[in-house]
Design a binder for this molecule. Sequence first.
Ligand code: HEC
Ligand code: HEC
Length: 335
Amino acid sequence: MRLLGAVGAAAGLVAAATGLARPFPQQAGESPTADRVELGRLLFFDPVLSADGSLSCAHCHRPDRGLGDGRRTALGRGGQPLARNTPTLYNVGFKAKLMWDRRAASLEQQVLLPLFGKEELGADPGRLVARLAAIPRYRALFALAFPDEALSVDTVARSIAAFERTLVSRDSRFDRFAAGDRSALDAAERRGLALFRSLNTRCFECHHLPTFDAPLSMGIGVPSDDPGVGAISGSAGQLGQFGIPTLRNVARTAPYMHDGSLETLDEVIDFYRKGGGRAHGVSAERIHGHVRAFEIGDDEAHDLVAFLHSLTDERARPRVPEQVPSGLPVLENRR
Ligand code: HEC
Ligand code: HEC
Protein backbone atom coordinates (compact mmCIF):
# COMPACT_ATOMS: atom_id res chain seq x y z
CA MET A 1 0.00 0.00 0.00
CA ARG A 2 2.71 2.37 1.02
CA LEU A 3 4.60 1.65 -2.19
CA LEU A 4 1.50 2.15 -4.32
CA GLY A 5 0.91 5.47 -2.56
CA ALA A 6 4.44 6.57 -3.38
CA VAL A 7 4.04 5.60 -7.03
CA GLY A 8 0.71 7.44 -7.20
CA ALA A 9 2.29 10.53 -5.63
CA ALA A 10 5.19 10.39 -8.08
CA ALA A 11 2.80 10.17 -11.02
CA GLY A 12 0.90 13.11 -9.49
CA LEU A 13 4.12 15.10 -9.43
CA VAL A 14 4.75 14.28 -13.07
CA ALA A 15 1.26 15.48 -13.94
CA ALA A 16 1.82 18.67 -11.90
CA ALA A 17 5.11 19.25 -13.68
CA THR A 18 3.35 19.08 -17.05
CA GLY A 19 0.87 21.69 -15.86
CA LEU A 20 -2.18 19.44 -16.03
CA ALA A 21 -3.13 19.32 -12.36
CA ARG A 22 -4.35 22.85 -11.77
CA PRO A 23 -6.71 23.93 -8.99
CA PHE A 24 -10.13 25.23 -9.98
CA PRO A 25 -10.64 28.94 -9.35
CA GLN A 26 -12.81 30.01 -6.40
CA GLN A 27 -16.50 30.32 -7.25
CA ALA A 28 -17.73 33.92 -7.26
CA GLY A 29 -20.67 35.09 -5.13
CA GLU A 30 -22.51 33.75 -2.06
CA SER A 31 -21.74 30.19 -1.01
CA PRO A 32 -24.75 27.96 -1.53
CA THR A 33 -26.61 26.63 1.54
CA ALA A 34 -28.49 23.32 1.31
CA ASP A 35 -31.91 24.97 1.80
CA ARG A 36 -31.28 27.51 -0.96
CA VAL A 37 -29.96 24.87 -3.34
CA GLU A 38 -33.05 22.70 -2.89
CA LEU A 39 -35.38 25.69 -3.33
CA GLY A 40 -33.39 26.76 -6.39
CA ARG A 41 -33.62 23.28 -7.90
CA LEU A 42 -37.42 23.27 -7.56
CA LEU A 43 -37.71 26.76 -9.07
CA PHE A 44 -35.41 25.72 -11.93
CA PHE A 45 -37.80 22.93 -12.91
CA ASP A 46 -41.06 24.77 -12.13
CA PRO A 47 -42.92 26.37 -15.07
CA VAL A 48 -44.58 28.63 -12.47
CA LEU A 49 -41.75 31.05 -13.27
CA SER A 50 -43.11 31.64 -16.79
CA ALA A 51 -45.96 34.04 -17.53
CA ASP A 52 -48.23 31.32 -18.90
CA GLY A 53 -46.99 28.33 -16.89
CA SER A 54 -45.60 26.67 -20.02
CA LEU A 55 -41.84 26.92 -19.68
CA SER A 56 -39.11 26.36 -17.07
CA CYS A 57 -35.35 26.88 -17.08
CA ALA A 58 -35.01 23.11 -17.43
CA HIS A 59 -36.92 23.02 -20.73
CA CYS A 60 -33.85 24.60 -22.31
CA HIS A 61 -31.15 23.49 -19.84
CA ARG A 62 -32.06 19.81 -19.84
CA PRO A 63 -30.39 17.33 -17.48
CA ASP A 64 -30.45 14.65 -20.21
CA ARG A 65 -28.71 16.99 -22.70
CA GLY A 66 -25.69 18.16 -20.75
CA LEU A 67 -27.81 21.07 -19.44
CA GLY A 68 -28.25 22.37 -22.99
CA ASP A 69 -31.16 21.48 -25.27
CA GLY A 70 -29.65 19.74 -28.29
CA ARG A 71 -31.14 22.35 -30.61
CA ARG A 72 -29.36 24.62 -33.05
CA THR A 73 -30.86 27.63 -31.31
CA ALA A 74 -33.17 27.67 -28.31
CA LEU A 75 -36.94 27.49 -28.63
CA GLY A 76 -38.63 30.33 -26.77
CA ARG A 77 -42.13 30.68 -25.36
CA GLY A 78 -44.82 29.92 -27.89
CA GLY A 79 -42.29 27.91 -29.88
CA GLN A 80 -40.42 30.73 -31.61
CA PRO A 81 -36.72 30.12 -32.19
CA LEU A 82 -34.28 32.41 -30.35
CA ALA A 83 -31.10 33.77 -31.90
CA ARG A 84 -28.54 31.72 -29.98
CA ASN A 85 -27.60 28.21 -28.96
CA THR A 86 -28.28 27.17 -25.35
CA PRO A 87 -24.98 26.76 -23.45
CA THR A 88 -24.35 24.14 -20.77
CA LEU A 89 -24.69 25.20 -17.12
CA TYR A 90 -21.91 22.94 -15.84
CA ASN A 91 -19.28 25.03 -14.03
CA VAL A 92 -21.13 28.34 -14.53
CA GLY A 93 -20.26 29.17 -10.90
CA PHE A 94 -16.64 29.67 -11.95
CA LYS A 95 -17.43 32.18 -14.69
CA ALA A 96 -16.87 35.90 -14.13
CA LYS A 97 -19.24 36.89 -16.93
CA LEU A 98 -22.10 35.00 -18.51
CA MET A 99 -23.91 34.75 -21.85
CA TRP A 100 -22.28 34.35 -25.27
CA ASP A 101 -21.74 38.11 -25.35
CA ARG A 102 -20.70 38.26 -21.67
CA ARG A 103 -23.43 40.77 -20.82
CA ALA A 104 -24.24 39.37 -17.34
CA ALA A 105 -21.79 39.94 -14.49
CA SER A 106 -23.12 37.33 -12.02
CA LEU A 107 -25.47 34.37 -11.86
CA GLU A 108 -27.92 36.42 -9.80
CA GLN A 109 -27.99 39.07 -12.54
CA GLN A 110 -28.19 36.48 -15.31
CA VAL A 111 -31.35 34.82 -13.93
CA LEU A 112 -33.30 38.04 -14.48
CA LEU A 113 -32.68 37.93 -18.25
CA PRO A 114 -34.57 34.68 -19.07
CA LEU A 115 -37.02 35.28 -16.19
CA PHE A 116 -38.30 38.61 -17.49
CA GLY A 117 -37.34 38.27 -21.17
CA LYS A 118 -40.54 38.33 -23.23
CA GLU A 119 -39.38 35.53 -25.54
CA GLU A 120 -38.28 33.32 -22.65
CA LEU A 121 -40.16 33.01 -19.34
CA GLY A 122 -41.77 36.44 -19.77
CA ALA A 123 -42.63 36.82 -16.06
CA ASP A 124 -43.82 40.03 -14.43
CA PRO A 125 -41.93 40.77 -11.16
CA GLY A 126 -44.96 41.70 -9.00
CA ARG A 127 -47.16 38.92 -10.29
CA LEU A 128 -44.40 36.32 -9.94
CA VAL A 129 -43.76 37.13 -6.27
CA ALA A 130 -47.51 37.10 -5.53
CA ARG A 131 -47.94 33.79 -7.31
CA LEU A 132 -45.09 32.12 -5.39
CA ALA A 133 -46.27 33.57 -2.07
CA ALA A 134 -49.71 32.05 -2.69
CA ILE A 135 -48.24 28.52 -2.78
CA PRO A 136 -47.88 27.26 0.83
CA ARG A 137 -44.94 24.93 0.05
CA TYR A 138 -42.96 27.79 -1.53
CA ARG A 139 -43.77 30.06 1.43
CA ALA A 140 -42.30 27.44 3.76
CA LEU A 141 -39.25 26.77 1.58
CA PHE A 142 -38.43 30.48 1.21
CA ALA A 143 -38.82 30.98 4.98
CA LEU A 144 -36.36 28.14 5.57
CA ALA A 145 -33.84 29.34 2.98
CA PHE A 146 -34.07 33.08 3.79
CA PRO A 147 -35.30 33.30 7.41
CA ASP A 148 -34.76 37.06 7.72
CA GLU A 149 -35.89 38.15 4.29
CA ALA A 150 -39.20 38.53 2.51
CA LEU A 151 -39.95 36.49 -0.61
CA SER A 152 -38.80 38.70 -3.49
CA VAL A 153 -37.29 38.62 -6.96
CA ASP A 154 -33.93 38.89 -5.19
CA THR A 155 -34.42 35.72 -3.12
CA VAL A 156 -35.73 33.88 -6.21
CA ALA A 157 -32.57 34.84 -8.12
CA ARG A 158 -30.25 33.97 -5.21
CA SER A 159 -31.72 30.52 -4.69
CA ILE A 160 -31.51 29.65 -8.40
CA ALA A 161 -27.90 30.92 -8.42
CA ALA A 162 -27.12 28.78 -5.34
CA PHE A 163 -28.45 25.74 -7.19
CA GLU A 164 -26.40 26.58 -10.28
CA ARG A 165 -23.20 26.78 -8.20
CA THR A 166 -23.61 23.09 -7.36
CA LEU A 167 -23.42 22.08 -11.03
CA VAL A 168 -19.71 21.36 -10.84
CA SER A 169 -17.96 19.06 -13.30
CA ARG A 170 -14.36 18.29 -12.45
CA ASP A 171 -14.04 14.55 -12.09
CA SER A 172 -13.77 13.48 -15.70
CA ARG A 173 -11.32 10.85 -16.90
CA PHE A 174 -9.06 13.74 -17.92
CA ASP A 175 -9.02 14.92 -14.27
CA ARG A 176 -8.05 11.48 -13.04
CA PHE A 177 -5.26 11.45 -15.61
CA ALA A 178 -4.15 14.94 -14.51
CA ALA A 179 -4.05 13.71 -10.91
CA GLY A 180 -1.60 11.00 -11.92
CA ASP A 181 -3.66 7.99 -13.06
CA ARG A 182 -2.12 7.34 -16.48
CA SER A 183 -4.57 4.56 -17.26
CA ALA A 184 -7.49 7.02 -17.11
CA LEU A 185 -6.88 8.03 -20.76
CA ASP A 186 -6.21 5.59 -23.58
CA ALA A 187 -3.50 6.12 -26.19
CA ALA A 188 -5.73 7.99 -28.67
CA GLU A 189 -6.99 10.32 -25.94
CA ARG A 190 -3.45 11.01 -24.74
CA ARG A 191 -2.39 11.86 -28.30
CA GLY A 192 -5.46 14.11 -28.54
CA LEU A 193 -4.47 15.87 -25.31
CA ALA A 194 -0.95 16.47 -26.66
CA LEU A 195 -2.43 17.94 -29.86
CA PHE A 196 -4.79 20.12 -27.82
CA ARG A 197 -1.78 21.52 -25.97
CA SER A 198 0.42 21.89 -29.06
CA LEU A 199 1.51 25.09 -30.77
CA ASN A 200 0.15 23.53 -33.93
CA THR A 201 -3.54 23.68 -32.87
CA ARG A 202 -3.21 26.24 -30.03
CA CYS A 203 -6.53 25.09 -28.52
CA PHE A 204 -5.12 25.52 -24.98
CA GLU A 205 -4.34 29.21 -25.61
CA CYS A 206 -8.04 30.01 -25.31
CA HIS A 207 -9.60 26.98 -23.62
CA HIS A 208 -7.49 27.18 -20.45
CA LEU A 209 -7.05 24.37 -17.94
CA PRO A 210 -8.72 23.41 -15.69
CA THR A 211 -12.11 24.88 -16.73
CA PHE A 212 -11.36 24.73 -20.48
CA ASP A 213 -12.71 28.25 -20.96
CA ALA A 214 -11.25 31.69 -20.20
CA PRO A 215 -12.68 34.96 -18.89
CA LEU A 216 -12.17 36.60 -22.28
CA SER A 217 -13.95 37.07 -25.57
CA MET A 218 -12.36 36.16 -28.89
CA GLY A 219 -13.19 36.02 -32.57
CA ILE A 220 -12.77 32.70 -34.33
CA GLY A 221 -14.89 33.69 -37.32
CA VAL A 222 -18.02 31.55 -37.09
CA PRO A 223 -19.89 33.16 -39.99
CA SER A 224 -23.05 34.86 -38.66
CA ASP A 225 -24.60 38.33 -38.45
CA ASP A 226 -24.48 38.26 -34.66
CA PRO A 227 -22.36 41.23 -33.46
CA GLY A 228 -21.60 39.37 -30.18
CA VAL A 229 -19.55 41.23 -27.56
CA GLY A 230 -19.13 44.23 -29.89
CA ALA A 231 -22.82 45.15 -29.48
CA ILE A 232 -22.46 45.19 -25.68
CA SER A 233 -19.10 46.97 -25.37
CA GLY A 234 -19.70 49.32 -28.31
CA SER A 235 -16.21 48.57 -29.56
CA ALA A 236 -15.96 47.86 -33.30
CA GLY A 237 -12.88 45.72 -32.61
CA GLN A 238 -15.06 43.28 -30.66
CA LEU A 239 -17.68 42.69 -33.36
CA GLY A 240 -18.06 38.96 -33.91
CA GLN A 241 -16.33 38.11 -30.63
CA PHE A 242 -17.90 35.71 -28.14
CA GLY A 243 -17.07 34.53 -24.65
CA ILE A 244 -14.80 31.48 -24.72
CA PRO A 245 -17.08 28.54 -23.85
CA THR A 246 -16.08 25.67 -21.58
CA LEU A 247 -15.29 22.33 -23.21
CA ARG A 248 -16.27 20.29 -20.16
CA ASN A 249 -19.13 17.91 -21.06
CA VAL A 250 -18.80 19.20 -24.62
CA ALA A 251 -19.45 15.68 -25.98
CA ARG A 252 -22.96 16.02 -24.50
CA THR A 253 -23.88 19.47 -25.81
CA ALA A 254 -24.03 19.36 -29.63
CA PRO A 255 -24.65 21.37 -31.74
CA TYR A 256 -21.86 23.90 -31.26
CA MET A 257 -21.01 27.60 -31.36
CA HIS A 258 -23.16 30.65 -30.46
CA ASP A 259 -25.45 29.91 -33.41
CA GLY A 260 -25.36 26.11 -33.17
CA SER A 261 -24.09 26.01 -36.75
CA LEU A 262 -21.60 23.13 -36.29
CA GLU A 263 -23.36 19.85 -35.66
CA THR A 264 -20.57 17.58 -34.44
CA LEU A 265 -17.14 17.77 -32.83
CA ASP A 266 -15.67 16.45 -36.09
CA GLU A 267 -17.12 19.51 -37.82
CA VAL A 268 -15.63 21.75 -35.11
CA ILE A 269 -12.13 20.31 -35.60
CA ASP A 270 -12.53 20.64 -39.37
CA PHE A 271 -13.55 24.28 -38.93
CA TYR A 272 -10.41 25.03 -36.88
CA ARG A 273 -8.00 23.11 -39.07
CA LYS A 274 -9.05 25.12 -42.11
CA GLY A 275 -8.29 28.35 -40.22
CA GLY A 276 -11.70 29.05 -38.64
CA GLY A 277 -13.65 31.82 -40.38
CA ARG A 278 -10.75 32.43 -42.78
CA ALA A 279 -12.08 29.58 -44.91
CA HIS A 280 -15.56 31.17 -44.92
CA GLY A 281 -14.65 34.64 -46.12
CA VAL A 282 -14.86 36.24 -42.67
CA SER A 283 -12.57 39.28 -42.45
CA ALA A 284 -9.18 38.39 -40.92
CA GLU A 285 -9.57 41.38 -38.58
CA ARG A 286 -12.34 39.47 -36.81
CA ILE A 287 -10.24 36.34 -36.26
CA HIS A 288 -7.71 35.98 -33.48
CA GLY A 289 -4.13 35.22 -34.53
CA HIS A 290 -4.17 31.92 -32.63
CA VAL A 291 -6.75 30.59 -35.05
CA ARG A 292 -4.79 29.61 -38.16
CA ALA A 293 -5.00 26.71 -40.57
CA PHE A 294 -2.99 23.72 -39.32
CA GLU A 295 -2.10 20.40 -40.86
CA ILE A 296 -3.21 17.31 -39.01
CA GLY A 297 -4.18 13.95 -40.45
CA ASP A 298 -7.67 12.50 -40.11
CA ASP A 299 -6.37 10.10 -37.45
CA GLU A 300 -5.12 13.03 -35.41
CA ALA A 301 -8.42 14.84 -35.83
CA HIS A 302 -10.11 11.74 -34.40
CA ASP A 303 -7.63 11.75 -31.50
CA LEU A 304 -8.58 15.35 -30.68
CA VAL A 305 -12.26 14.44 -30.67
CA ALA A 306 -11.51 11.39 -28.50
CA PHE A 307 -9.75 13.68 -26.04
CA LEU A 308 -12.75 16.05 -25.92
CA HIS A 309 -14.91 13.06 -25.01
CA SER A 310 -12.71 12.41 -21.97
CA LEU A 311 -13.90 15.74 -20.47
CA THR A 312 -17.30 14.28 -19.59
CA ASP A 313 -18.41 14.19 -15.93
CA GLU A 314 -22.10 14.59 -15.23
CA ARG A 315 -22.07 13.46 -11.63
CA ALA A 316 -23.63 16.76 -10.57
CA ARG A 317 -26.51 16.24 -13.02
CA PRO A 318 -29.57 17.50 -11.14
CA ARG A 319 -32.36 15.16 -10.18
CA VAL A 320 -35.61 15.97 -11.98
CA PRO A 321 -38.26 16.52 -9.28
CA GLU A 322 -41.28 14.24 -9.61
CA GLN A 323 -43.45 17.19 -8.81
CA VAL A 324 -42.93 20.88 -8.17
CA PRO A 325 -44.75 23.02 -5.58
CA SER A 326 -46.98 24.71 -8.19
CA GLY A 327 -48.34 21.29 -9.26
CA LEU A 328 -47.63 22.18 -12.92
CA PRO A 329 -46.23 19.40 -15.13
CA VAL A 330 -42.43 19.07 -15.06
CA LEU A 331 -40.55 18.98 -18.38
CA GLU A 332 -43.65 18.04 -20.30
CA ASN A 333 -43.31 18.37 -24.06
CA ARG A 334 -44.28 21.79 -25.18
CA ARG A 335 -46.69 22.61 -27.93
C1 HEC B 1 -35.96 29.34 -24.06
C2 HEC B 1 -34.79 28.63 -23.61
C3 HEC B 1 -34.14 29.08 -22.31
C4 HEC B 1 -34.74 29.20 -21.09
C5 HEC B 1 -36.20 29.01 -20.72
C6 HEC B 1 -33.68 29.55 -20.18
N1 HEC B 1 -32.49 29.63 -20.82
FE1 HEC B 1 -30.68 29.99 -20.01
N2 HEC B 1 -29.89 30.26 -21.83
C7 HEC B 1 -30.55 30.04 -23.02
C8 HEC B 1 -29.76 30.59 -24.12
C9 HEC B 1 -30.14 30.58 -25.59
C10 HEC B 1 -28.63 31.17 -23.53
C11 HEC B 1 -27.53 31.99 -24.24
C12 HEC B 1 -28.11 33.39 -24.45
C13 HEC B 1 -27.14 34.44 -24.91
O1 HEC B 1 -25.94 34.24 -24.77
O2 HEC B 1 -27.59 35.48 -25.40
C14 HEC B 1 -28.72 30.91 -22.09
C15 HEC B 1 -27.75 31.27 -21.17
C16 HEC B 1 -27.81 30.97 -19.83
C17 HEC B 1 -26.74 31.16 -18.88
C18 HEC B 1 -25.33 31.65 -19.20
C19 HEC B 1 -24.38 30.49 -19.37
C20 HEC B 1 -22.98 30.91 -19.77
O3 HEC B 1 -22.10 30.05 -19.81
O4 HEC B 1 -22.75 32.09 -20.05
C21 HEC B 1 -27.22 30.79 -17.65
C22 HEC B 1 -26.45 30.81 -16.33
C23 HEC B 1 -28.59 30.41 -17.83
N3 HEC B 1 -28.92 30.51 -19.18
C24 HEC B 1 -29.46 30.02 -16.81
C25 HEC B 1 -30.85 29.96 -16.99
C26 HEC B 1 -31.81 29.96 -15.90
C27 HEC B 1 -31.46 29.98 -14.43
C28 HEC B 1 -33.04 29.92 -16.46
C29 HEC B 1 -34.39 30.00 -15.77
C30 HEC B 1 -34.62 31.18 -14.95
C31 HEC B 1 -32.84 29.88 -17.91
N4 HEC B 1 -31.51 29.92 -18.18
C32 HEC B 1 -33.88 29.77 -18.82
C33 HEC B 1 -31.78 29.42 -23.16
C34 HEC B 1 -32.73 29.39 -22.15
C1 HEC C 1 -8.53 32.35 -30.20
C2 HEC C 1 -9.18 31.58 -29.16
C3 HEC C 1 -9.59 30.15 -29.46
C4 HEC C 1 -8.79 29.10 -29.91
C5 HEC C 1 -7.33 29.15 -30.26
C6 HEC C 1 -9.64 27.94 -29.93
N1 HEC C 1 -10.90 28.27 -29.52
FE1 HEC C 1 -12.47 27.00 -29.43
N2 HEC C 1 -13.73 28.60 -29.10
C7 HEC C 1 -13.33 29.91 -28.94
C8 HEC C 1 -14.50 30.78 -28.95
C9 HEC C 1 -14.51 32.29 -28.76
C10 HEC C 1 -15.60 29.94 -29.17
C11 HEC C 1 -17.07 30.38 -29.35
C12 HEC C 1 -17.20 30.96 -30.77
C13 HEC C 1 -18.60 31.19 -31.26
O1 HEC C 1 -19.55 30.69 -30.68
O2 HEC C 1 -18.77 31.89 -32.28
C14 HEC C 1 -15.08 28.58 -29.24
C15 HEC C 1 -15.87 27.43 -29.38
C16 HEC C 1 -15.38 26.13 -29.35
C17 HEC C 1 -16.21 24.95 -29.30
C18 HEC C 1 -17.74 24.93 -29.22
C19 HEC C 1 -18.18 24.85 -27.77
C20 HEC C 1 -19.68 24.97 -27.61
O3 HEC C 1 -20.15 24.64 -26.51
O4 HEC C 1 -20.40 25.37 -28.53
C21 HEC C 1 -15.37 23.86 -29.28
C22 HEC C 1 -15.76 22.40 -29.21
C23 HEC C 1 -14.02 24.38 -29.35
N3 HEC C 1 -14.07 25.76 -29.37
C24 HEC C 1 -12.88 23.60 -29.36
C25 HEC C 1 -11.61 24.11 -29.71
C26 HEC C 1 -10.51 23.30 -30.15
C27 HEC C 1 -10.50 21.79 -30.24
C28 HEC C 1 -9.49 24.17 -30.46
C29 HEC C 1 -8.15 23.85 -31.07
C30 HEC C 1 -8.21 23.21 -32.39
C31 HEC C 1 -9.97 25.51 -30.17
N4 HEC C 1 -11.27 25.44 -29.74
C32 HEC C 1 -9.22 26.68 -30.33
C33 HEC C 1 -12.01 30.33 -28.79
C34 HEC C 1 -10.91 29.61 -29.24
